[in-house]
Unconditional design. Structure first.
Ligand code: GLC
Ligand code: GLC
Length: 812
């Protein structure tokens, strides 16, 4: 069952039934200032950090779901409704919510009145604009009472929910003209305030939430709206809000536009006040003026749309499969940019007060957006590397506002450092910017300890070398990529965190996932050294990589697949000898991508084992058989019910590792079959089961052991976005940046006839045409650049500003 449809031309998903199985959301904003918005106008706004600068209040995990948002109410002669269906939930004659590239347009119609609200954050602006269009579609004159509504959050979202003894006494507002200002704590240590304005005279307002709605009413039945009488309330403590009241008369067929602006202002310390206790409103007025006419607002919408067209045009596919095209050209790239902006902080599954930026998560996210905004990728790499420790290990997370490592969580996730080699080498291949390696970058943000960024990579590599276990395999530490495989935790206390508790000393438990990652990114490090002419570094590193390959072949191969780990006691994890958890996806993915033992058929065998034991209708599950009891020596992984999360759920983040490994050994059919299973556009028809948005990936789909296999959870903020993008664009479609050019080596379903890609790369545009006359999966038989045959699969770098035509023919 579907709840809407894709409009690829407009780059929108248009929801036509407001009762989606779960709120289906979108993100507004591209730098600094952001909003989350659901298909019924739920959500909130923040500046930079969803925990420390939350502008509007939102209630997570509430009943009903998705309470609080950017609401409008229409009282049409006593009949009350909302354009987004919620909060009033009066039936609409027409409803649609178009989620587009950084904007959302919600339209509702009832009894001859149409209300369209377009929400967006103009580029370079710390404000959300809400453009409202009201139209009388009836034959009679309409006298409408129109109310806006938002609820202010008292800045620190965590404190806002907890510290009620203080917070219910601190709220302060000012109202001047049609602008409502929120100034809680402004007179003490804050130099910021927020405002909510409308570009028309108002006939009333409210700023005290409970006076406006009535203490015991929900947002669906505010007294002021239902009685058609604003209270003109002034908030003193309790819960400040902002509601404008406008009386609007519309002749038959008449249309009126209004622009609301929800903004954030920072002033300097000496310039905070206009007069005693009256805030300096000049900067707010300047922002309001930028959007006070429809023409100005439309011009900003156009700029936003141009911005996205440019970003997305870096990689454009024409495949003949509309679902594939919309994933590659629009939604997967869009999601990659959202994960770049949000990391794992704010979604409808992440509350914005929990996690900071992850060392591993942000490094992986980067590989999905580096082609769109390489300059910003560079800055991100330096931020991440600056939180590294001198021994090469790293803080697991850092805070976006301070860019400092998170002490509470600390380090000890031994996979972390290697991801820095991945992000940096991908960045250099995309941009050609070798200069980043010479940047002086601190350790633990201490400038006095700075070294070159190249040295950071070297220490990342040697961290693994210096932390090997009894089999010469990497020690796992608190966990590797799988946060829930906690081999040193041994937790008996339900109040302990599996991630941060290490009740045993971690000198034995080893990870085959890190072993694979070390070989894969170790090879990348070696290649980089060679490109730089650092032959001694390359030769030295090669010895360690060779030794790791040998260690995996000797003690990391189970006969049909790669082992997953050795536990604290030195016992195998992910072996046919185990009763449960016999085979895991991560080590197949990483040792497979690294090609360990490929010459002896190990990768092929491992991939066949994945197919046989882990594949199911909805994707590849994380391990099998699922754990059915708590294994104290394995930690959190065995706590989840079977089929969910790391306990045999389909963790969509790691499925592409298998796609890539399959693509590399030429199995294009299988690679693409796996791709389709988890790609959201292909799941649109089962939206009622899948539950989450059909336009973005989710972190997890319930696996075959679950109560409801196929049900998705935790959409948007997941490494799934970047990895699937890389798998499809670079390994299946096969267009991959390299140091000396654009490598083209497809691995596709054999029945495909071919496809076209336009790729902008280092300032030149490559028009690539792949044809597959003999219906193979893999293997380039000839390649022409502007009519000239070239040897090999790498199109040399073209001069900036030029366009070239590349013809690739597959065959034996
Ligand atoms: C979550 C975490 C990520 C981890 C994964 C597997 O997505 O953000 O860091 O690798 O779970 O446990
Ligand atoms: C939990 C989740 C895991 C996530 C981790 C982050 O363990 O199950 O997916 O990576 O929290 O802290």
């Amino acid at each position: 069952m579907k709840f809407g449809h894709f409009d690829d031309k407009a780059k929108e998903y248009v929801i036509t039934n407001p009762k989606t199985p779960y709120p289906w959301i979108n993100y507004l904003g591209n730098e600094d200032f952001f909003s989350l918005i659901s298909n019924t106008a739920g959500g909130y706004t923040f500046y930079k950090d969803a925990k420390f600068r939350r502008l509007t209040r939102y209630r997570y995990n509430n009943v009903p779901v998705d309470n609080g948002g950017k609401y409008f109410y229409i009282n049409d002669g006593g009949d009350v409704w909302s354009p987004g269906w919620k909060p009033v939930k009066a039936d609409l004659d027409n409803y649609s919510c178009a989620h587009g590239m950084s904007y959302t347009r919600i339209t509702g119609e009832r009894n001859g009145v149409e209300a369209e609200v377009t929400y967006f954050i103009p580029l370079g602006t710390w404000a959300e604009v809400q453009k409202v269009k009201l139209k009388n579609t009836s034959g009679a004159t309409k006298k409408l009472k129109f109310f806006s509504f938002i609820e202010w959050c008292l800045w620190n979202a965590e404190d806002d929910m907890q510290n009620l003894q203080r917070n219910l006494s601190t709220g302060e507002v000012e109202v001047e003209g049609s602008v409502i200002y929120h100034k809680t704590e402004f007179k003490e240590r804050r130099n910021h305030y927020a405002f909510f304005s409308v570009n028309a005279p108002i006939q009333g307002f409210d700023t005290d939430r409970d006076t406006w709605k009535g203490t015991y009413n929900d947002f669906d039945r505010p007294d002021a709206v239902f009685e058609g009488e604003p209270r003109n309330s002034e908030a003193h403590g309790w819960s400040p809000c902002a509601s404008h009241y406008l009386e609007i008369e519309l002749a038959p067929g008449e249309e009126k536009d209004l622009t609301f602006v929800l903004g954030y202002i920072e002033v300097d310390k000496d310039n905070k006040w206009e007069s005693k206790n009256v805030i300096n409103k000049n900067p707010a007025k300047a922002v309001i003026e930028r959007f006070d006419t429809v023409e100005k607002v439309d011009a900003e919408l156009k700029k936003l749309s141009d911005y996205w067209s440019k970003l997305l045009s870096t990689y454009e596919l024409t495949s003949g499969d509309e679902k594939l095209d919309r994933m590659v050209n629009i939604w997967n790239q869009y999601q990659c940019m959202v994960t770049f902006n949000m990391s794992r902080s704010a979604s409808f599954f992440e509350t914005g007060i929990g996690r900071g930026m992850g060392f591993r998560d942000s490094s992986q996210d980067l590989i999905g957006f580096v082609h769109q905004v390489p300059e910003r990728a560079r800055e991100r790499i330096i931020d991440i590397a600056s939180t590294q420790f001198e021994d090469g290990s790293a803080y697991h997370q850092y805070q976006p506002l301070t860019k400092r490592g998170n002490h509470t969580l600390g380090g000890g996730f031994n996979d972390d450092p290697l991801w820095l080699i991945l992000s940096t080498t991908d960045y250099i291949k995309e941009s050609g910017d070798m200069g980043i390696l010479d940047e002086m970058v601190p350790y633990d943000n201490d400038e006095s300890k700075a070294t070159t960024h190249f040295e950071h990579l070297k220490r990342s590599f040697y961290f693994t070398v210096n932390n090997l276990g009894p089999h010469g395999l990497p020690l796992i530490g608190r966990a590797d990529w799988n946060d829930c495989l906690n081999l040193n935790c041994f937790s008996e206390d339900p109040n302990e965190s599996f991630q941060t508790t290490g009740n045993k000393k971690g000198f034995t438990a080893e990870s085959l996932m890190i072993a694979g990652s070390f070989v894969l990114y170790g090879k990348e490090f070696i290649k980089l050294c060679q490109v730089l002419g650092k032959d001694d570094d390359a030769a030295e590193a090669q010895k360690h990589v060779d030794a790791m390959i040998e260690a995996v072949k000797k003690d990391g191969w189970d006969g049909e697949w790669y082992l997953r780990a050795y536990d604290y006691y030195g016992k195998k994890v992910g072996s046919s000898e185990n009763e449960e958890g016999k085979i895991f996806i991560e080590s197949q993915g990483f040792c497979g991508m690294a090609g360990i033992g490929v010459e002896d058929g190990l990768v092929h065998k491992s991939m066949d084992s994945v197919k046989e034991h882990l594949d199911c209708e909805y994707g590849i599950v994380l391990q099998q058989p699922a754990f059915t009891k708590y294994y104290i020596e394995y930690g959190e992984i065995s706590t989840y019910p079977a089929g969910y999360k790391e306990n045999a759920g389909i963790f969509c983040h790691n499925n592409p590792w298998i796609m890539i490994a399959e693509a590399q050994i030429g199995n294009g059919d299988r690679a693409f079959e796996y791709y389709r299973k988890v790609a959201p556009a292909y799941l649109e028809e089962i939206s009622d089961l899948h539950k989450v948005e059909p336009y973005v990936y989710c972190q997890m789909i319930a696996g075959k052991d679950a109560f409801k296999p196929g049900e998705g959870k935790n959409s948007w903020l997941t490494g799934t976005a970047a990895w699937n993008y890389v798998a499809i664009t670079q390994y299946i479609l096969g267009v991959k940046p390299d140091y000396n050019g654009l490598s083209i080596n497809p691995s596709i379903p054999s029945k495909w006839d071919g496809y076209k890609i336009t790729r902008r790369f280092r300032g030149a545009t490559y028009h690539i045409e792949v044809s597959n006359p003999s219906h193979v999966s893999n293997g380039v038989s000839s390649m022409e650049v502007d009519g000239k045959t070239i040897e090999g699969c790498i199109v040399p770098i073209q001069p900036e500003g030029t366009e070239v035509t590349v013809k690739v023919t597959l065959g034996k």
